[in-house]
Design a protein around this ligand. Structure first.
Ligand SMILES: O=C(CO)[C@H](O)[C@H](O)COP(=O)(O)O
Length: 329
């Protein structure tokens, strides 16, 4: 079956518009169970349903991937970063205390460390556990052969280490990230983590290499640049489509630039990518080229507020929000 083109509405041209939830920032979108779990008295038993189609799509992808890849024999598990990953943790917690008691969870960022701790799972680090059974992570965009852009949340150095250290690396995302060529949907460019003192030199290199639009990523709630969990800066470097069509070659050229710590292009790493769709199905792209469309069996998606409203035989309009209140896509 052909891969459906990513569906983007005009106000969703940047799939990385997501927030990066942390239990420390309770105002951000996050499953309430994970926020509550940071208090030892509460336990994440009840999870409110997502209230947007995009959030529901993330959850579908995450839950389906966990059900298929976080198997009883998986004992060392890498936890990615971003707004889809809380649903991964939520589903792992739902496997129960008995299943999780002899597992260790390795974070890819401050955010995912907080998720692990809040969910009362055992925290480890990759220097203690250099071989992982499975790592599940989000993505900013995934192409036909499972190359992907990561680093929208500036966590791609640790994310790549845990992806490489894992026997199985799985991507989870909503339908907007499902693409044929990298850079078509995620337009802000390839995230490149650089040593602070080298950033101006690397920017110069990138301009010459074919990315005149490369810029230092600036922080939103702080004056000055984004500083990663590793104390480095991030450059976002958009490249023309002809270069993005061969991401591996581009990756090797970028990695050769002195001062570059890691590049947010993940090539030939993932075994499968799970995309939650608007219709409640999940598209799975496998590393061998297979494409599967599965009925997730999980709870239905909320309907967009502007979707055609089903009519009762009486002519009454049904609740277009499936009882979840105001929705946005
Ligand atoms: O690479 C990442 C962080 O560095 C994220 O995995 C990526 O940005 C996807 O995030 P989200 O699940 O919020 O769409």
């Amino acid at each position: 079956m052909p891969i459906p083109p990513a569906i983007l509405t005009p106000d969703l041209q940047t799939p990385s518009d997501s927030v990066y939830p942390s239990p420390l920032r309770q105002t951000l979108a996050q499953p309430a169970s994970l926020i509550k779990a940071s208090s030892p008295q509460t336990h994440p038993d009840t999870v409110p349903p997502p209230t947007t189609v995009i959030e529901a799509s993330k959850r579908l992808a995450a839950w389906t991937a966990v059900d298929r890849h976080v198997l009883p024999e998986c004992k060392v598990i890498g936890i990615g970063s971003g707004s889809t990953v809380p649903y991964v943790v939520e589903r792992i917690v739902a496997q129960g205390k008995a299943r999780n008691k002899d597992r260790v969870f390795i974070p890819t960022s401050f955010q995912s460390k907080e998720l692990i701790v809040a969910a009362q799972l055992l925290l480890g680090d990759v220097d203690q556990y250099p071989v992982l059974d499975v790592t599940i992570d989000g993505a900013d965009e995934v192409d036909e052969t499972l190359n992907c852009i990561k680093g929208g949340g500036a966590c791609h150095l640790r994310e790549k280490v845990l992806a490489e250290a894992a026997d199985t690396f799985i991507l989870v995302a909503d339908y907007r990230k499902n693409s044929d060529v990298l850079g078509k949907n995620f337009k802000q460019g390839i995230p490149i983590e650089v040593a602070q003192f080298a950033y101006a030199k690397v920017l110069q290199n990138l301009h010459v290499l074919g990315s005149p639009g490369a810029v230092l990523r600036m922080a939103k709630a702080k004056a000055g640049p984004v500083v990663t969990d590793n104390g480095n800066f991030v450059i976002d470097a958009p490249f023309p489509e002809e270069m993005m069509r061969d991401p591996y070659t581009l990756l090797t050229r970028l990695k050769m630039l002195t001062g570059v710590v890691e590049v947010g292009l993940f090539c030939h790493m993932a075994k499968a990518a799970y995309f939650g769709n608007q219709d409640g199905s999940v598209t799975v792209k496998w590393h061998d080229g297979r494409i599967e469309n599965v009925d997730s069996g999980h709870s239905p998606l909320p309907r967009p507020i502007d979707a055609p409203q089903p009519q009762h035989p009486s002519g009454d309009v049904k609740d277009a929000t499936n009882g979840v209140g105001s929705l946005k896509v």
